[in-house]
Each structure stands twice: as structure tokens, then as C-alpha cells.
Design a protein around this ligand. Structure first.
Ligand code: ATP
Ligand code: MG
Length: 390
């Protein structure tokens, strides 16, 4: 029995003139990611992309896993292909969904006819297929509201397809169609989720990580590499820039009031990250900040960090609770790595009583004791580049 994977496109189909371009991009992305599974054709017709194995060696189960992480796909159906004849469809369904139909108590057939030349309507197709399935599995009762199994039949242009419940796709828009942005990534729970959410909206990612040797360990750096590798399974390759932060932190420690340490440090992070972002032609920064989560994320503190920004800072988690963020982290697969206990440079010189209502004037005054431009440039120059592949 020939099998294919049908990928249903979401918002992409609303995209008017750009739709063709976006669909091509998505197909290229799929073709390149599916190379590891063996030979297949990637075709598109009627808001659906078809993954068609070209020989027996194609690993369709692995392909399904890979496709479930490709942005721009809202649902996936691994389906059996058959002739556009209602008896053939019914027989294919009884064989292809044998395991599910045997153990179910109730079932329903959902028909969909996009080939208007097919002689039966969607409902007639469903009724006739249900008749054939019900004859073979005579223990099954029909249930239109809450069936244990739904047999989906799609009569399309060149063939009919039979499958069980579609599996949810990653959603969003194809990688990179909205340009490029740079995520400021720590080893925590939040920033990998922020990266994923913005990649899902079609942004290609670069990343900046600050490390403070010898205050932070190699394990902390490794942890960031592991996190980005997991995000890259969804977003595609990520260029990581690892920027040294020790000199900046020591200068702040030695010259600025303790209660301002964190906010001044945040302003430096933005200055350096945006210089790196400009160099790689990113148009925005992304952070994992969430309103009020810690002292540096009060509204006043965020205003002072934005004050040094010359490009937009996207904060996709701003309105989420920690529990929501953790749910995303589990779905993406980053949670278990994020909770490993290594020091981040943010926790190195934490003030005992961080200021909750800093003002720009206060910070500018404190920063006059530092050579801001030179410290910023030195960190940008010292950044090491690593390409992270899924
Ligand atoms: P996370 O869970 O992502 O570490 P957090 O709640 O610990 O976030 P902070 O430590 O205040 O919050 O950091 C806020 C944001 O600043 C992070 O989400 C991330 O975008 C950025 N950031 C923090 N530390 C670093 C770092 N070492 N390198 C790059 N960016 C960082
Ligand atoms: Mg952190």
C-alpha cells in the first residue's frame, strides 16, 4: 500500500501575492530537512503539501517527526493512497486503519471531496465508506459526536487518501520569511522559548550569549549550545555569537552603586547584542523577558533597557506567566536542559537589594564612570562565532 504524508498549510494560504513564494520556501525547507529519510518528492496542490516517498527505503516515520517541527504546517496526516473509487477507498480504510478499528468501540467516517468531478458528495462518500468498514468490523457502532476512531477520506485531484486523526503541526510561518532577528540567549527556561516563538513567526535567528569567564563555567556554555541545538530542530541552523562579558561586569562592580548593577548590565547586554545584530543584518533583538518576573523586568527597568536600544526589542513572553512558559519549554523539548543548575553571568554579581524603579538619568549618571563605547566594542570584537545545526 502506498503511503504519503499530507501537510496542511495554515495562515500561509491567506498570504495573497506572496503565497507562491512562501510555499516554494516551505517546500525547499522540507526537501532539505527530509534528505536524511531517503528519496522523496515534495509537491503542492490545493493548500496541501504532499511528501511522496520515491522508493521503499524512505523512512516515513522519521519524516513524520521531522515535518512536525517545520513551521508553516498546521496539521500532518500520514495517509494511504488509493484509487478514486468508493469500494477501493472502503477496502483501503479497513486494511490501513486495521489496528485502530479493531480496538475501537465506535467510529465515524469524515468525507471530503475537493475533486468536484467525483460522482458522490462528501456525505455520500462517508456513508458508503462507513458501510464497507462496518461490514468488516461488525462490532463497531457509529457515533457522530465522540467516536473512538474517525476515518478520514479525502478525494483529491489525482487520488483518494485515507487517514486517521491528523496530528497537530508546529504552526506559524515558514522559517525566515519575515527576515532576521537576534535572540539574547541565556541558559534559562525563558529565552529558548522566546527564540522558538519568534522563529515560529517566520524569523531567521542569530543568537548572542554572554559568558563571564572564570565566573561562569564551560558547562554553562555547553548548556546554551544544547538548548540552541534543540531550538534549531525547529528553526533551522542558528548562528551563535558568544561574547565575553567579564570586563564589563568587573568595571560595573568596581565603579557603580551596587543596587544598579543589574540594570546597568542589562543596558550593556543590549548595546553589545545590537552591535552584533547590526553586523549580521538583523532588524530586531529578542529577549525572554516577562513583565515583573524579576527586578530587572519591572516596567521601569524595561524602560531603562529600551532607552539604549536603537532597534526594536521583541519580548514574546512579556504577557505570559511562568507556568505558560514552562508548558512551551516542555513542548519544545528545552525544559530538562534549562533546569540544569549552572551559573549564568546574570547571577554572578547580583545586588542584595536591586533597584525596582530605576530612571534613565540615574543610570546615565552612574555610567559616566565607565568607558561605555570601548567596553561595548571590546565585547563585540571578542565574540566567537559558532554555527549550530539541528
Ligand atoms: P532566562 O530564563 O531566559 O534565563 P531570566 O528569567 O533568567 O531569563 P534574566 O536573567 O533577567 O531573566 O534575563 C532576561 C533576558 O535577558 C533573558 O531572557 C535573555 O533574553 C537575556 N539574557 C540573560 N542572560 C543572558 C546571557 N548570559 N546572554 C545573553 N542573553 C542573556
Ligand atoms: Mg537567566
Amino acid at each position: 500500500m502506498q503511503e504519503v504524508i499530507l501537510l496542511k498549510l495554515g495562515e500561509l494560504v491567506l498570504k495573497g501575492l506572496n503565497r507562491q513564494k512562501f510555499e516554494e520556501r516551505l517546500k525547499n525547507e522540507l526537501a532539505s530537512r527530509l534528505k536524511v529519510c531517503g528519496p522523496c518528492a515534495v509537491e503542492s496542490r490545493q493548500s496541501t503539501i504532499y511528501i511522496v516517498p520515491q522508493d521503499e527505503s524512505f523512512d516515513i516515520a522519521r519524516a513524520e517527526e521531522i515535518c512536525s517541527k517545520v513551521f508553516g504546517v498546521v496539521a500532518l496526516c500520514r495517509a494511504a493512497v488509493c484509487e478514486k473509487d468508493v469500494r477501493a477507498i472502503g477496502e483501503t480504510a479497513t486494511r490501513y486503519l486495521r489496528d485502530e478499528l479493531r480496538t475501537a468501540r465506535t467510529f465515524k467516517v469524515e468525507g471530503k471531496r475537493s475533486d468536484k468531478k467525483f460522482p458522490l458528495t462528501s456525505i455520500e462518500t462517508a456513508i458508503q465508506v462507513a458501510g464497507i468498514v462496518g461490514e468488516v468490523y461488525d462490532h463497531l457502532e457509529a457515533d457522530m459526536k465522540h467516536p473512538d476512531v474517525t476515518v478520514h477520506v479525502e478525494v483529491r485531484e489525482t487520488a483518494a487518501y485515507v487517514h486517521s486523526a491528523p496530528r497537530p503541526g508546529a504552526g506559524g510561518l515558514p522559517c525566515g520569511i519575515n527576515g532576521r532577528a537576534t535572540i539574547m540567549i541565556s541558559g534559562g527556561i525563558d529565552s529558548p522559548v522566546a527564540a522558538w516563538l519568534m522563529a515560529r513567526r517566520g524569523l531567521e535567528l542569530h543568537a548572542v550569549h554572554f559568558f563571564s569567564y572564570p565566573y561562569t563555567s564551560d558547562e554553562a556554555k555547553e548548556k546554551v549550545l544544547t538548548l540552541l541545538k534543540i531550538v534549531a530542530e525547529w528553526s533551522g541552523p542558528i548562528h551563535l555569537h558568544i561574547a565575553p562579558f567579564t570586563d564589563i561586569q568587573e568595571e560595573i562592580r568596581d565603579n557603580c552603586p551596587e543596587e544598579l548593577f543589574t540594570v546597568i548590565m542589562r543596558r550593556f547586554m543590549v548595546r553589545v547584542a545590537q552591535r552584533i545584530a547590526e553586523n549580521n543584518r538583523s532588524r530586531a533583538l529578542i529577549t525572554g523577558e516577562s513583565m515583573g518576573q524579576v527586578a530587572s523586568q519591572t516596567l521601569d527597568a524595561l524602560v531603562t533597557t529600551d532607552d539604549v536600544a536603537t532597534m526594536p526589542i521583541f519580548r514574546p513572553l512579556i504577557g505570559l506567566d511562568k507556568t505558560d512558559i514552562v508548558q512551551f519549554a516542555r513542548r519544545i523539548g528545552t525544559f530538562e536542559t534549562s533546569i540544569l543548575p549552572y551559573e549564568d553571568c546574570c547571577t554572578v554579581f547580583t545586588p542584595r537589594h536591586p533597584i525596582l524603579k530605576p530612571t534613565v538619568e540615574m543610570l546615565e549618571k552612574a555610567e559616566r564612570k565607565l568607558n561605555v563605547a570601548e567596553l561595548t566594542e571590546a565585547s563585540v570584537r571578542g565574540a566567537e562565532h559558532v554555527l549550530i545545526r539541528p
